[in-house]
Ligand binder design. Structure first.
Ligand SMILES: CC(C)(COP(=O)(O)OP(=O)(O)OC[C@H]1O[C@@H](n2cnc3c(N)ncnc32)[C@H](O)[C@@H]1OP(=O)(O)O)[C@@H](O)C(=O)NCCC(=O)NCCS
Length: 158
């Protein structure tokens, strides 16, 4: 799985994946285009290089302000899930965000969205707080998760 920065040419593929992923936030193509133009914005895409031509199978969209980053949206094409694309997107994001000066990432996720939570916990996110009735259609609580990108290492007294 190859992960790279998205360009304007990837936006249609991103929207197509979003359309197939009902748990993803509903963004318009212009919302992603604006994020690409924003100096704090970062959109990564996961690409399967073994397909000819290589195909975008997932994306993650972030916005950083100084050392805090928000993960706005992410999804992987249902036909290509459980192949490591989601984790690869977050691992690459961590490297890039650390280099840009970020210290932590926050996101909101529906309380019922267990697959996404499993992915987030697997890379190091932890529960920060709960926002009651945050979502509409259908109404639901949001979990706010936080990811310390550079957790302090455990030191020994010896
Ligand atoms: C959440 C999502 C992005 C995960 O993408 P993915 O490419 O399938 O994830 P990965 O293959 O990298 O999985 C990494 C780990 O996450 C966990 N995980 C992912 N999907 C899971 C599932 N359906 N059930 C349980 N654990 C899951 C597992 O720990 C997995 O590791 P493993 O495969 O070695 O067991 C994908 O399911 C998706 O697009 N969902 C719909 C959109 C969405 O919910 N977006 C998030 C909105 S906040």
């Amino acid at each position: 799985m190859k992960v790279r920065l998205a360009s304007g040419n990837d936006l249609r593929a991103i929207i197509a994946i979003q359309e197939k992923s009902r748990e993803a936030a509903r963004w318009l193509l212009n919302d992603y285009a604006r994020l690409l133009d924003d100096s704090g914005g970062m959109i990564l895409v996961a690409e399967l290089p073994t397909l000819d031509p290589p195909r975008v199978v997932g994306f993650a969209a972030f916005h950083r302000i100084i050392d805090e980053t928000e993960l706005f949206n992410m999804a992987v094409d249902p036909d290509f899930r459980r192949q490591g694309a989601g984790r690869a997107l977050l691992v690459e994001a961590r490297e890039r965000l650390l280099m840009a000066g970020a210290k932590r990432v926050y996101l909101e996720v529906r309380q019922s969205n267990k697959p996404a939570q499993a992915l987030y916990y697997s890379v190091g996110f932890a529960i920060h707080s709960l926002r009651k009735d945050y979502y509409r259609d259908p109404p639901e609580n949001a979990l706010v998760l936080g990811w310390e990108l550079n957790p302090p290492t455990v030191t020994s007294n010896f």
